[in-house]
Design a protein around this ligand. Structure first.
Ligand SMILES: *[C@@H]1O[C@H](CO)[C@@H](O)[C@H](O)[C@H]1NC(C)=O
Ligand SMILES: *[C@@H]1O[C@H](CO)[C@@H](O)[C@H](O)[C@H]1NC(C)=O
Ligand SMILES: *[C@@H]1O[C@H](CO)[C@@H](O)[C@H](O)[C@H]1NC(C)=O
Length: 347
């Protein structure tokens, strides 16, 4: 079970590609007219689309990784579009405390329940053992740079996994996926979308969001219990093998960063090996488990990709129609609900 199977955090959603048909605007990939920072980018896509209107609107594909890993590779035309736009919109407003608390409460088990009450005993025991292991390893995984910034292992563990016994199993599963050495080492630097939000605020741009917390959160909570148990079990199995050294890190944030930096849209969005379904639909699973894996995958595809694309696309179009005189920069790239609290450390 790769995190990309269940966590489309870094899959760019192209929401309005189909919506301009017959409408007043045309949507096309921007030609990168500036010299590019890295030579190999020359012919590649910049993840920036221009919606031709006056003033223009832009659609930019972000990625949920530390911005320092990708910033130098973002072409100047994208940065210029960001600077030129008076309104900047995100999926969620991550700088709004309500968003953060909304995400947090949405992840909690109802009625004050505890994971121990909900999970089969053996699964709970394995989960606890795994998290104990993570806690033990965390100080060794952190970089000198992180320590230099005043990040403590205890603080980091609590920021990511604190209160885990009170969380819904599906969120615990996503949390376990984000507790790997590579992911830990990248904490403490804002992810690209958060960085853009901070920059937009700093530059006194109008900022906003096209989604509500519940819209991102509820689909995750909509998996039924047997599906969640299956996903958590598979996740734990995978991380237990990692721990035992019998499995290489199955997912590759590094690959994703590489594809993003190379502007390789196809690899980032459409390549199922690095995005949606890799080890999850594992042919060595017994047939009935393969069916469950397939069901979970299509559920998420439907709920987190297609339905959201349509909803967000409609809101983008409404904003553009109702604010005909404003320039817009839409930065979309991943599902905050899946990763908002998991993938960044509040500083
Ligand atoms: C969960 O959903 C799947 C697919 O819709 C169904 O086959 C299964 O019976 C459900 N399980 C429970 C416990 O509701
Ligand atoms: C976890 O998955 C393994 C292998 O697919 C299976 O044998 C085991 O029964 C599962 N455990 C639980 C608690 O579902
Ligand atoms: C499928 O799962 C088995 C057992 O967990 C593992 O050895 C194998 O590498 C997996 N295959 C893929 C393609 O992920």
């Amino acid at each position: 079970l790769s995190p990309w199977a269940l966590c489309p955090t870094s899959v760019w959603l192209p929401p309005v590609l189909a919506l301009c048909q017959g409408g007043p605007c045309t949507l096309c990939p921007s030609v990168t007219d500036q010299p590019l920072l890295s030579p190999q980018q020359g012919e590649l896509n910049s993840f920036l689309w221009t919606i031709r209107r006056n003033p223009p609107a832009y659609l930019f594909g972000t990625i949920h990784v530390p911005y320092t890993r990708v910033w130098d590779f973002i072409p100047d035309n994208s940065k210029a579009a960001f600077h030129a736009s008076s309104s900047v919109y995100f999926e969620l407003d991550l700088t709004d405390p309500y968003t953060i608390s909304g995400l947090a409460s949405c992840q909690m088990l109802p009625h004050g329940e505890n994971l121990q009450d909900v999970l089969p005993r053996e699964l709970y025991r394995r989960l606890k053992r795994h998290l104990d292991y993570i806690k033990l390893m965390l100080p060794h995984w952190m970089t000198p740079d992180q320590r230099g910034k005043g990040l403590y292992a205890d603080y980091l563990f609590n920021a990511i996994a604190g209160n885990w016994e009170r969380k819904r199993p599906v969120w615990v599963m996503l949390m376990v996926n984000s507790l790997t050495e590579t992911d830990i080492r990248s904490r403490g630097v804002p992810v690209l979308d958060l960085y853009l939000a901070q920059e937009a605020e700093r530059m006194k741009k109008t900022t906003g969001a096209v989604e509500r917390v519940e819209e991102q959160c509820h689909p995750l909570n909509g998996l039924n219990f047997s599906q969640v148990l299956f996903a958590l079990n598979q996740t734990l199995l995978q991380h237990e093998s990692l721990r035992a050294g019998s499995l290489q890190a199955p997912y590759t944030t590094e690959d994703l960063i590489k594809h993003y930096n190379c502007g390789d849209l196809n690899a980032v969005i459409f390549n199922h090996d690095t995005s949606q379904v890799p080890n999850f639909i594992n042919t060595t699973l017994p047939p009935h488990e393969q069916v469950t894996a397939q069901e979970i995958d299509s559920y998420f595809r439907q709920e987190l990709i297609y339905k959201r694309n349509e909803r967000m696309g409609k809101r983008v179009m409404t904003l553009l129609r109702e604010n005909a005189d404003k320039s817009f920069f839409f930065a979309f790239g991943h599902s905050q609900g899946v990763s908002g609290l998991l993938c960044f450390v509040p500083c």
